[in-house]
Design a protein around this ligand. Structure first.
Ligand code: SAM
Length: 207
């Protein structure tokens, strides 16, 4: 049992191979309800170009385009298995040059300054080895007044404790710790939304 939990937790952090691929399919399904709830907190109609960091199986990339057909969406993920799965999920949109997916770690992402109107991070920030550095880079590639949205399962103290036991996390922060960090980095209009499931939080802020 412990071995299974270890394999699942390693694959949530860094999906790899057949098991990783299976977990990505499960995440595309299992994360979708809360992801759509979080996306509903953002006005997509005034956005043109979006970056989804840690795009996993790529479901949120297609969610964005389904909600605003004019968007151009970039996805990055440090796992090759995730990138392959995201490419498969969004094949037609990639062929139409509306979606671009690449294998990049947030801490070394290679985009020009002030490129994106919206940057999202669904269930990924707690795997980053340096959240502060990650947020600084998010700020660099975000347009002035661009929005940054974080969704995390494990928003409450109880959920956090449960998650950090089963998932191989680097940094689990509580909502107020995220808020303080974002403030320190001069993000403004910070809004925190708590899902009725009592474990999912969505934090939206503006550059
Ligand atoms: C739990 S999955 C979430 C996937 C997807 N966002 C979702 O909500 O279903 C976490 C994803 O973040 C990616 N990831 C973890 N650390 C990362 C980093 N430093 N840079 C980019 N991607 C990262 C993992 O490879 C994995 O695909």
């Amino acid at each position: 049992m412990m071995k299974i939990i270890k394999i699942l937790s390693q694959n949530a952090k860094y999906p790899k191979g057949i098991i990783g691929n299976f977990i990505l399919s499960a995440m595309n399904l299992g994360h979708n309800k809360t992801a759509l709830w979080a996306i509903s907190k953002i006005n997509l109609q005034d956005k043109k170009i979006v970056l989804d960091i840690g795009c996993g199986g790529g479901k949120n990339i297609s969610n964005f385009i389904n909600l605003n057909k004019n968007l151009i969406v970039f996805g990055i993920d440090c796992s090759k298995t995730s990138v392959e799965k995201s490419i498969k999920t969004n094949k037609n949109l990639i062929d139409e040059k509306r979606v671009f997916i690449s294998n990049q770690d947030v801490l070394s992402m290679d985009f020009e300054d002030e490129k994106f109107d919206l940057i999202t991070a669904f269930n990924t920030t707690y795997f980053w080895s340096d959240i502060k550095r990650g947020f600084e880079l998010v700020r660099r590639v975000l347009k002035p007044n661009g929005e940054f949205m974080i969704l995390n399962d494990g928003g409450s103290k109880q959920a956090l404790e449960k998650y950090s036991k089963t998932i191989n996390v680097e940094n689990m922060l509580l909502c107020d710790e995220y808020e303080n960090l974002l403030k320190k980095l001069h993000f403004k209009n910070i809004k925190i939304y708590k899902h009725k499931n009592e474990r999912t939080v969505c934090i939206v802020s503006t550059k």
